[in-house]
Write a protein that binds this ligand. Structure first.
Ligand code: NI
Length: 267
């Protein structure tokens, strides 16, 4: 087993200062090969579809062609995903950054996968993850975004606006203003392109970002898939002084939510 990775002191400082950080490696080549097999099966078989755990992040599912397939909690379907170098390294780094503030009630960890097919014109517009979360709570998360393929500007690597993690939540809406779409976007987000920093990283590397960080990924203009596996580690949340006014959360009415509710109604 390889050594558990920790950050150098200057990397921790850079993460706190800028709100994001690129890591050249967070797993092994062997593990990557295994993860690609698992990943492809989960999307080929649409695992979690009937539960509403798999859905289209970027479209309305009005036809069979999904724009940005996403699977929430793949480790519930493949528990071996909890026993990886990626998980151990991310957990160690999260503990290093948060110390005793790391939650320990089961809410400290979640995972998801986001797929961009070859020649996908779907961008993931500018957004802050906190826009998805409970508006009454202040979240301190670290998202470890690991591509299973070399991530570049051509296939949709992560892009960030440095230090935007110190801002409050901007006005969001469902992508394209369409309430049937799960994904959220900042209103007039195009203005952030000129201030963005792109983070191309090799397969098996990772970017880390904070819960309020503005981020974006572009379309996949290559012949190869852009497969991303994301682990989220969370510090204990605290009550916000003012809840976020988040009408975009009520506005959404997605097919995936309906599948989830129908499944919950069966139990
Ligand atoms: Ni995001």
């Amino acid at each position: 087993m390889s050594d558990v990775r920790l950050l150098a002191h200057h990397e921790v400082e850079s993460f706190h200062h800028n709100g994001f950080l690129s890591l050249p490696a967070i797993t092994t080549a062997d593990e990557l090969a295994w993860l690609r097999e698992v990943y492809d099966r989960l999307f080929d078989e649409r695992v979690g579809w009937d539960d509403g755990a798999q859905f289209d992040l970027g479209g309305d599912e009005s036809d069979d062609k999904l724009r940005i397939p996403q699977l929430i909690s793949p480790s519930k379907y493949v528990p071996e995903l909890l026993d990886t170098e990626f998980h151990r390294n991310a957990a160690s780094i999260a503990r290093q950054v948060f110390g005793d503030d790391l939650a320990d009630d089961g809410s400290e960890f979640s995972d998801h996968m986001i797929f961009k097919a070859p020649h996908s014109d779907a961008e993931t517009p500018w957004h802050q993850d906190q826009a998805y979360h409970d508006p009454s709570q202040f979240f301190r998360n670290i998202n470890f975004w690991m591509p299973l393929d070399d991530a570049s500007l051509d296939n949709g690597c992560m892009q960030f606006v440095p230090q935007s993690h110190t801002w409050d939540v901007l006005e969001h809406r469902p992508i394209g203003g369409d309430a049937r779409v799960h994904g959220l976007e900042v209103v007039d987000g195009q203005r952030f392109h000129e201030r963005s920093v792109a983070c191309p990283i090799p397969a098996g590397g990772a970017t880390m970002h904070a819960a309020y960080m503005l981020h974006y990924t572009g379309p996949n203009r290559t012949d190869q898939p852009r497969r991303a596996y994301i682990l989220v580690f969370r510090a204990v949340t605290t009550e916000r002084e003012e809840p976020i006014d988040a009408p975009w959360q009520q506005a959404r009415e997605t097919a995936g939510d309906k599948r989830r509710e129908a499944r919950a109604g069966q139990t």
